[in-house]
Design a protein around this ligand. Structure first.
Ligand code: SIN
Ligand code: FE2
Length: 217
């Protein structure tokens, strides 16, 4: 990523960069929400702890996951799906706190997608070495809505490609508070996360937390 990709839009607003048609990186967009966001996440994770899901192919994912909202993304030997019920607790996923809903809607709005109302927030936890292979988000019924992705804690290298798996991927360093929104022409673009480098984040310690908001239905 080069510095000239980013134009600063003023002293009081974070910088933004266009990654592709329909894809925007909003630097520091989540920072003003942090004070409410982190305590809300702690409550969710108490109710629905992180767990390592098994892929349909039988692999244990290195990223630990949980969800909040009326639908949660899950994977097991039978496939990927959205489920209103946490398969571990057999209870509905924790409700999506208003601060998360608002952050997602504002980021989408800023990226040009008005009225974003996600049902699902997938919460990913990366420890050093954890990674997410190149994939498309395609388990949703509604591809008209964008994906909103919030990064917290240790920095990660986000890989963002194109419509085809073989397309060249650009690498973006995502830091605490950065938000990526992709939709429209890039809604189904391949993306992933490189193995997390070791480090210690002043607020979140030795981990990265990613929130991925999706309109499922
Ligand atoms: C995802 O693609 O679900 C997560 C992306 C990220 O962790 O930045
Ligand atoms: Fe994804």
């Amino acid at each position: 990523m080069t510095a000239d990709l980013f134009e600063s839009v003023g002293d009081t607003r974070p910088s933004r960069g266009v990654m592709a048609d329909g894809a925007v990186l909003l630097r520091g967009f989540a920072k003003p929400f942090e004070g409410e966001l982190l305590p809300a996440l702690r409550v969710i994770v108490k109710q629905a702890p992180f767990r390592h899901l098994i892929t349909p192919g039988g692999h244990r994912m290195s990223v630990a996951m949980t969800n909040c909202g009326s639908a949660g993304w899950v994977s097991d030997r039978t496939g990927y799906r959205y489920d209103a019920i946490d398969p571990e607790s057999k209870q509905p996923w924790p409700a999506m706190p208003p601060v998360l809903r608002m952050l997602a809607a504002r980021a989408a709005d800023d990226a040009g997608f008005n009225g974003f109302a996600p049902e699902a927030c997938l919460i990913n936890r990366y420890v050093p070495g954890a990674k997410l292979s190149l994939h498309q988000d395609r388990d949703e019924l509604d591809f008209a809505a964008p994906i909103v992705s919030v990064s917290l804690g240790l920095p990660a290298i986000f890989l963002f490609g194109g419509a085809k798996r073989a397309d060249k991927t650009a690498r973006y360093r995502l830091e605490h508070g950065d938000v990526v929104v992709w939709g429209g022409p890039s809604r189904l673009f391949f993306h992933g996360v490189a193995p997390l480098a070791d480090g210690e984040h002043p607020v979140l310690g030795r981990q990265r937390i990613n929130l991925t908001f999706r309109k499922v239905r």
